[in-house]
Design a binder for this molecule. Structure first.
Ligand SMILES: Cc1cc2nc3c(=O)[nH]c(=O)nc-3n(C[C@H](O)[C@H](O)[C@H](O)COP(=O)(O)OP(=O)(O)OC[C@H]3O[C@@H](n4cnc5c(N)ncnc54)[C@H](O)[C@@H]3O)c2cc1C
Length: 623
């Protein structure tokens, strides 16, 4: 077997993928003195020539453009339903796009240094404690308990809001349990112009007032307000699963995007002999020896080789291998990690055999258990022409808002367009809050080709995007479309599947979210600030009508759980991220969760990256 041929190792660890999971673990291992090669399929988004770069990467308000930037986007087209007639009811569905058959709904990913942290909306929202305790219970591994997991957040965060508590922390008191010295800066983006925007202030005032009446628990909320000052990540609020209105902390430094790209480049600069970053390196197969020990990774060197790329290359690429003396760590994300496992003979035997791939480890859970949020929007047209804060905004580098951002890191472009969030439960019986209503100053209806440009078309809209978290659906799946590693896998979510959600709680939860968004808008309508509901629109009123609207329009963008921690046959990893049936092989990205955590997933993935580094280092046997 070729993979057994002895060859000197190039490093101790090979990490595949530089996103929230991979970038975090690779940098931490290098910092701990280990020799790491990081393979990343894409290039550096700030160094790649391309229209709108590096601004699309840097400027928070351009994040939607970043997700459609040709230089770095990987466009997956996914199915929400198995049945064509259900799928086609979604206005975002495309049968063809760019001259080829895609048969699905756009699901943007970033194939670039930093992974999806290079194009995401930068919202940093801490998961629920029950998410961590759930993994501790499932595995019997107390290192996953919520109280201990918080230490990873403290380790990675450099909190730039809650200034008074930063000083208190210097005295050894840290009741918020924020991190103050980590590598990932978090900031509050509230431009002073927003405070002079009277309609906007009216919206905030009315919505906050309405939300406070709707989410209940007035005395608790008063206490949470005093303690947390609207900060969603304050440990005291997290510990109580607090509900109410919150601001949106963003992962920015000086109001420019910050993510694993910055972390990785910083680590490589400081320890060039320990961290080697191979860009434009598409991993195609894990090299396994006779005992199913991962000894390296085979990859293709070349730009834009993956066919999900917005401008895929027809070049053949150069086949190479990198050898690891200790371990291989997969962090390609919830779509690509299961694909790479299957391409390497680890997965469901029927799938592998169908594609002529010899089975090395029969592991039926690989690619299954795919989970996501359900999201829909309620879009309102306001009675004025333009939000004061967005006056002059054309979302390009020639407009006055960009100048303000570039010269002073001020103005509308320091925000990601989100103003505030309202956290609540869709039903009193839900064990943790499961609805997040996000107020955006743009008409956002989900992802479809050209969606970014459409956001800037109208500057007088208020969108409530509803995220239904802690969804029950586990029916989704990532599977191979072909044995060619350059072809993206087939992704099917099986929305609102009855088998894992027999009571229809997911669908009803989103319906409650739509009703909440409407209730939040009601005072604005009474005051004449909001004048028309564009989506779902006046024609969608009864519960059944809202249900159908949700089924036809829902989307998600936090795909996870496709290589879950748990026992076989459904589980793929043990509680230390090791792939069952193999040696020296781990997964460290959004696919590791048995259940999708929190409201926004990136914080949990960063934390998992830190935890995995500890687990990997603990396994080093010193002679
Ligand atoms: C449009 C959008 C907005 C989002 N906004 C937010 C937000 O505001 N807040 C939040 O919490 N979450 C957000 N998310 C989700 C979050 O960013 C991702 O879930 C998170 O980054 C996932 O981390 P990961 O490590 O699993 O994968 P990724 O960050 O996707 O990283 C995977 C990396 O692996 C590389 N790769 C894949 N396959 C290979 C291969 N074969 N060889 C080499 N390299 C490979 C990819 O190029 C990529 O760099 C958003 C997601 C999207 C799509």
């Amino acid at each position: 077997m070729g993979d057994d041929v002895p060859r000197p190792a190039d490093c101790e660890y090979v990490v595949v993928g530089s996103g929230a999971g991979g970038g975090t673990v690779a940098a931490r291992l290098a910092e701990a003195g280990r020799r790491v090669v990081l393979l990343e399929a894409g290039g550096d988004p700030r160094a790649t020539p391309g229209p709108r770069l590096p601004a699309d990467y840097d400027v928070p308000a351009f994040h939607a453009y970043a997700s459609e930037n040709d230089a770095m986007s990987w466009n997956f087209f996914v199915r929400h339903y198995d049945r064509d007639e259900d799928q086609r009811r979604d206005p975002k569905y495309r049968e063809t796009w760019g001259g080829r058959r895609v048969d699905g709904v756009l699901y943007p990913r970033a194939g670039t240094l930093g992974g999806c942290t290079a194009h995401n909306a930068m919202i940093m929202l801490y998961p629920h404690n029950a998410d961590w305790d759930g993994i501790a219970d499932l595995t019997g591994d107390p290192s996953w308990a919520a109280d201990r997991m918080r230490a990873y957040f403290e380790r990675l965060e450099d909190c730039g809001h809650r200034t008074a508590y930063r000083w208190l922390a210097k005295l050894g008191l840290n009741p918020t349990r924020h991190g103050w010295n980590g590598w990932l800066r978090t900031e509050l983006a509230m431009p002073p112009a927003a405070l002079g925007d009277r309609p906007l202030l009216g919206v905030v005032r009315e919505c906050v007032g309405e939300a406070l009446g709707l989410v209940g628990r007035p005395l608790d909320r008063l206490r949470w307000l005093i303690q947390g000052q609207l900060d969603p990540n304050d440990w005291r609020l997290v510990s109580e699963d607090a509900v109410g209105v919150r601001y949106l902390p963003l992962t920015t430094r000086g109001h420019a995007r910050a993510g694993t790209r910055e972390r990785v480049l910083d680590a490589a600069r400081r320890w060039p002999d320990r961290l080697r970053v191979e860009l434009n390196a598409l991993a195609t197969r894990i090299c396994l020896d006779r005992d199913n020990r991962a000894v390296g990774v085979e990859y293709l060197a070349g730009e834009r080789l993956y066919r999900a790329h917005a401008r895929p290359s027809a070049a053949a690429g150069e086949r190479r291998q990198v050898r690891a003396s200790r371990e291989v760590i997969l962090a390609g994300g919830a779509f690509n990690t299961p694909q790479l496992l299957m391409l390497s003979g680890i997965g469901r035997p029927e799938v592998l055999e169908r594609h002529g791939i010899p089975v090395r480890v029969a592991l039926p859970g690989v690619g299954r258990n795919l989970q996501d949020r359900y999201e829909v929007s309620v879009v309102n047209r306001m009675s004025f022409e333009c939000w004061g804060m967005l006056a002059g905004a054309r979302f390009d580098t020639a407009d006055p808002c960009y100048r303000q951002w570039a010269d002073a890191r001020a103005g509308a472009y320091i925000t990601n367009g989100g103003m505030l969030g309202v956290i609540t439960r869709s039903a009193a019986s839900r064990p943790v809050p499961d609805l997040f209503c996000l107020a955006l100053l743009a008409p956002f209806e989900g992802y479809f080709p050209g969606y970014a440009a459409r956001l800037g078309d109208r500057r007088n809209c208020l969108t409530w995007t509803i995220l239904k978290a802690h969804t029950n659906n586990r029916g989704g799946e990532v599977t191979l479309r072909s044995p060619d590693p350059r072809d993206p896998p087939a992704v099917t979510f099986r929305y609102f599947e009855k088998e894992s959600d027999p009571l229809g709680e997911d669908l009803d939860g989103v319906v409650q979210g739509v009703k909440l968004a409407r209730a939040l808008t009601e005072p604005l309508r009474r005051e004449g600030l909001a004048c028309e509901e564009l989506v779902p629109g006046a024609g969608v009123q009864s519960d059944d009508e809202i249900r159908q609207f949700v089924r036809d329009n829902a989307w998600g963008h936090h795909a996870s759980c496709t290589c879950p921690i748990g026992r076989e046959p459904a589980g793929v990893l043990d509680s230390a991220f090791r792939v069952h049936g193999t040696r020296g092989l781990r997964v460290v990205d959004a696919s590791v969760f048995p259940r999708i955590p929190g409201f926004f997933v990136a914080s949990a993935v960063y934390m998992v990256g830190e935890k995995a580094a500890d687990a990997i280092l603990a396994d080093i046997v010193t002679p």
